[in-house]
Design a protein around this ligand. Sequence first.
Ligand code: MTE
Length: 339
Amino acid sequence: MLIRSPKRWQLPESAATPEDVFLNRRVLMKGALALGTAGVAYGAATRDANALFGLFDGDGGNDVPLTVEGDPTADLYPAFANPDFANGGRALTNEIDAATYNNFYEFGSHKGIWRAAQDLQTRPWAVVFDGMVEEERTVDIDTLIRAMQLEERVYRHRCVEAWAMTVPWTGFPMRDLVEYARPLSSARYVRMETFNDSSMASGQRQTWYSWPYTEGLTMEEATHDLAFMVTGVYGKPIAKQYGAPIRLAVPWKYGFKSAKSLVRFTFTDERPVTFWEEANANEYGFWANVNPEVPHPRWSQASERLLGGEERVPTQLYNGYAEEVAGLYSDVSGEPLFM
Ligand code: MTE
């Protein structure tokens, strides 16, 4: 993965939606919820804010999509903000910055893939549960999402390339998805797979990568309280560039573990070889836990740049979640846990 500077077309900080606009929208929305008119008022507030900041104006101004228009689960947003995960420990990243600086190699290897990612067709969308499960199943994404209790959690995200953001994801614990899949007790890992369709994802025409994108977790990791399936962001159904309609967030690991636009969960007793591990096992291992003291072979991991500016802050062990997750690795030895 390359480190690139933000592109010229990115909004200047002054033109982007400030965090307090997002927060004010939430306050407004909460009031509207009390009146039982949340959908209408929140939608209107969002449109007003978008008009104010020149989004979706269709007249050559900035038109960064911040959700998928017409998403059939839109009525579920915004979800209950879980107070146990309400504070990511840092200021929220500006929404436009998060929505315009992405890694999604299916649509290109540069950070400005948000435009190309709009070619992603997110409906119909099926999710398969297979491998070591009581019964293999294919489930429509809307059935799956409606079977879950959605909540909002603010998480830090640390890319292996040494940039970071703090965002309010909406979704449900991965543990609930594992329960839904009914794996056999002999399953030790879950392998996740992204869609594979080069007709809509131009990056998948690049044959030097081994598509589809895959990732994997141990069952202990997948059922840890922090492992989160993401279906929304900033109080709305997740926009395509973030990995709609469903992605993972494992905040104590480098960002490449948080696979996007998932279509398959395979339970297995063999450790999966993941997309980046296959591409370059010396740089992107299976565990990929964040550690400032273990440099990437080509750069230091001691600090990270916060999206939206040039400020750098010290990187923390397990991205600041050591208290919660260090115990997962107490019995693992002789493994490169931090790359
Ligand atoms: N998932 C897929 N399918 N394809 C990708 O290229 N990139 C990963 C991860 N998930 C990637 C992916 C990397 S390297 C990071 S840092 C995060 O997505 C970026 O998430 P964001 O674009 O929402 O910030």
